[in-house]
Every structure is written in C-alpha cells, then in structure tokens.
Design a protein around this ligand. Structure first.
Ligand SMILES: [Zn+2]
Length: 308
C-alpha cells in the first residue's frame, strides 16, 4: 500500500546531527521509505524559537539553513526522490519510481511579521505551514493557550489561501483552530494530531473539532507519538493507532483521516519501530477498514487536499 505521510522532522534532525537522508539511524531514511512503499513524504523544517535563540539564529536563518540541507539532499538523491512544486509532479514522480518530497514549515515564526516572506518561501516550494509550534508567535497561540489567532494570523491564513499553501492547525490552540476554520476559504489540515476523547491531550482534537474539520473537507494525519495515543503512554502501540483511527473516522468521516507519523519528532518505543514498519500499521488498519477505505487513509485523502 502506498504511503503519504503528512509530517516528520527528519530533515531538521539530519541537518542538526549531520546525518544523511539516504541512510541513517533515525526513524526515516530513503532506503527504508523505498522498501515500505513511500509515495510522498512531507518534510518539515521545524522551528523551535528557544533552540534558535540558544544557537543565535533567527527563525528565518534557521529555515534557510535547513532549506539548504534539504536542497542538497534532494540533489544528491535524485535517483530516489524529487521535491514537488506542482501537484501534477506527484504522479510524475510515482511513474518514474521516485518518492515525492513535500517541503513544509513547522512554526510560523519563519515569516516573522512580514507577509512578503510567505511569497519567498512559497517559491522555495513550501506547500504548508504549521501556524505555531508550542510557543506564541505573531500569528497566534499554541495548543496550551485559551487565545486564538491574532489579527496578523488572519491575514496570514488569507494570504496562504491565495498562494495555495495549506494551513496546518496541529499545535494551534482550540480557539485558533476555529478562527482558522472561519477565515480559510480552503480546507485546512491538522498534519499530526489524534483524538482528544481517546487521549486527553491539548495537542489532540476534540470530537467537535474533528467533525468541523470533516465538514470543511479537511484532513487529519494520525500522530504516532505514545503520549498522544494514550495518557502517560510508555509505548506507541498498534492497538491505540487503530482506536484513534476508528474514532477519527466516526467523527470526521472516512475522507478526513490520513497518516502524520511525526517520525523523528517523537521518542519512546514504537511497536512497529520506524518507517520500515509502515506496512504493519497498514495491516493493523486493514483489520477494520476495507481496501478502498485503507487507500484513502494511506494516501488518497492526503493527495486530494494537496491537489486542491
Ligand atoms: Zn509537531
């Protein structure tokens, strides 16, 4: 089964730890992706404000550094993977036996308070921005907060709509989620979140949020992190993935569920280990979903929202 994974932090970790994308000891590398039938992978340039400060980099400089690493890796591995700038390239890459790489940014700090930077990073091929990470920024407030989008945040969502960039609400506060939903003219996405009624964590989505996302035509990528799967989870288990998947489909519909591993952004034991175990996840989901439903979850829903 082809896999379209909506979120991993592999690019940033590789850049920071001087590792290679082709083969490494992280959760994701090209060799394992190829074996596990990767169709497309969203690679996030992940911005942690506090970490940037400690390394004396602005969020924008950190973005540039990770971007350079990403571009070098794309060119060194062009026999296996190619960055996608237009959605038609997803099919083209597949036909030529290549994995599609989609560049994303996790943390709207990259644009600061300057809408023009959105144009610039769009031309770099950034197709999606996770509006906040775990800190307040010029766009809005993170999941732990009662506050939603700021005025600038509303402008950012509108401009992202105009450019054709996906608005990612994972990490955003509940109020921010509803704000983004109310202003966005296009479906929005939660790339790596789970169901809060199964595991009570503010990073997860309430039943009402899931329902609203489904009505909006949006997509949620199921996160593999143990603490989002089960309260005080010590290990990411297949049972819990299945439980969240069923619940998300019940609330948001079969057209809303996708995969958002969060590989290389999560720690702890994972029952299926790393990207090499992706087909084990598919087999587990296959105990409850039929072939057509599985295709939607594994790649078709994610494909649809990017193509839109
Ligand atoms: Zn994240």
């Amino acid at each position: 089964m082809r896999i379209f994974d909506l979120h991993c932090d592999t690019i940033t970790v590789c850049e920071e730890e001087h590792k290679k994308l082709r083969k490494n000891n992280l959760h994701v590398d090209l060799e394992r992706m190829k074996k596990a039938d990767s169709f497309a992978q969203c690679f996030a340039i992940y911005i942690d404000q506090k970490k940037c400060e400690s390394t004396h980099l602005t969020a924008y400089e950190k973005y540039k550094k990770s971007l350079k690493y990403f571009q070098t890796e794309m060119s060194e591995n062009k026999d296996m993977i190619a960055q996608v700038f237009k959605s038609s390239e997803l099919k083209k890459n597949f036909q030529s036996g290549k994995i599609s790489a989609i560049l994303t940014v996790e943390g709207g700090e990259v644009i600061g308070e300057d809408l023009n930077i959105l144009d610039e990073i769009y031309s770099d091929g950034v197709k999606l921005i996770t509006l906040t990470w775990n800190y307040e920024n010029a766009i809005g407030y993170p999941h732990s907060s009662e506050n939603g989008l700021k005025q600038f945040g509303f402008e950012v969502v509108e401009k992202m709509n105009d450019l054709g960039m996906l608005v990612d609400v994972s990490h955003l506060s509940d109020k921010g989620f509803y704000d983004a939903l109310s202003v966005s003219k296009k479906p929005i996405i939660a790339t790596h979140s789970c169901a809060r009624s199964i595991c009570n964590h503010t990073r997860n989505m309430t039943d009402d949020m899931l329902h609203a996302l489904g009505v909006n035509g949006g997509v949620v990528g199921l996160n593999f992190f143990r603490s989002f799967l089960i309260k005080d989870g010590k290990k990411s288990s297949l049972d819990m993935v299945l439980k969240h998947a069923k619940h998300i489909v019940n609330c948001a519909g079969i057209d809303a569920l996708a995969l958002g591993s969060d590989f290389d952004g999560i720690d702890g034991e994972i029952e299926w280990k790393d990207y090499s175990g992706m087909q084990t996840v598919v087999d587990t989901l296959g105990t409850c979903f039929n072939e057509e439903e599985l295709e939607k979850i594994c790649y078709k829903n994610a494909y649809r929202i990017f193509a839109q």
